[in-house]
Design a protein around this ligand. Sequence first.
Ligand code: SF4
Length: 426
Amino acid sequence: MTDASFFTANDEPITPAAPAARRSLQAQVRWGSRLVTVGGDAPVRVQSMTNTDTVDVIETAIQVKELAIAGSEMVRITVNTPEAAAAVPHIRDQLDKMGIDVPLVGDFHYNGHRLLTEHPACAEALSKYRINPGNVGKGDKGDKQFAQMIEAACRYDKAVRIGVNWGSLDQELLAAMMDANSRRAVPWDAKPVMYQALIESALQSAADAQSLGLAAQQIIISCKVSGVQDLISVYQGLAARCNYPLHLGLTEAGMGTKGTVASATALAVLLQQGIGDTIRVSLTPQPGEARTQEVVVALEILQSLGLRSFNPSVTACPGCGRTTSTTFQELAKQIDDFLRAQMPVWRGKYPGVEQMKVAVMGCIVNGPGESKHADIGISLPGTGEAPAAPVFIDGAKAVTLRGDNIAAEFHALVETYIEKRYGGNA
Ligand code: SF4
């Protein structure tokens, strides 16, 4: 073979794919002296929402704690009644007592103006208010109620999310835009008008908020819809028209595999284009499923795109007819669970451990190769192969495990590797 069979004179190197940069304004979400930045040069933030009754202070604080420990950097809670508003400062206190460093976002609909005005301790304890322009009220009354909420944000120095949602879009605005569209020489289809109405609703409200004194960088925008292609269309249009930080999420994504895949598909396309400064995955928990699953999925989306690193990654082959035992599946799961369970402690103790790559492979076809590319990897014996499992550390074969105790021995090797590579004496 000659060099010419590999490259021609006109070949250009293939550029490695990477998310595009989008430089938006940067919002500051504060609580006490603590701060989470959103947008600008901040990493894409992960947020989540509780599904507890906010009036139940302890239950809500516990769920916020679980979401925060899972990796949520902001947690939204429903503030829908005077009792819920009265509970908010107590939830904040409870979190502070538990040492949970996460800002609370208040989700307001219909009566937010009253709750924020009549419950100043709630307005103070929250770090950010979510306002849905579609249900702050109609006409002059709506303008006044919107203004009351923005005034509270200015008074207490809070960030605001103008959160438009397809399901609660301002119907007066939509009707006016549909009318205007019908008078065009060549009217658009209804769908693009709907996209435009979502964006218009958000941007008009943001402009109103600015004219009321809220700083532009303290305004975060979302325009959520439940269809993947609709979300991509709307956010591309939104990103082209403003530089506010964008909250990205597919609303009502659904349950389980469907919700996870739909969210990942939509968010990945947009994040790759540099669109999105904070994400939420709106999964409906399956019966018995932890609320934290939405955070797990959000972290995986960002880590898979190479935008952030949260947990060591475990590469495991899918298995096939060459491996008829479940040993390697069990080992891959054990290692994955072990790494995730340890991360809250390891994050502080072993800086950089979140970038570690572990491989657990099922046979010699790809096992040794993939294991060599990982920081530490094991190639388990496939059906009919010698009962030996070579372990590769930093690309070189380190040891071969044999017998019934392979899982426990590999587990110990991973721990030793982490201690050596990322421990204080590393
Ligand atoms: S590494 Fe081996 S067991 Fe795993 S999928 Fe490939 S051929 Fe099958």
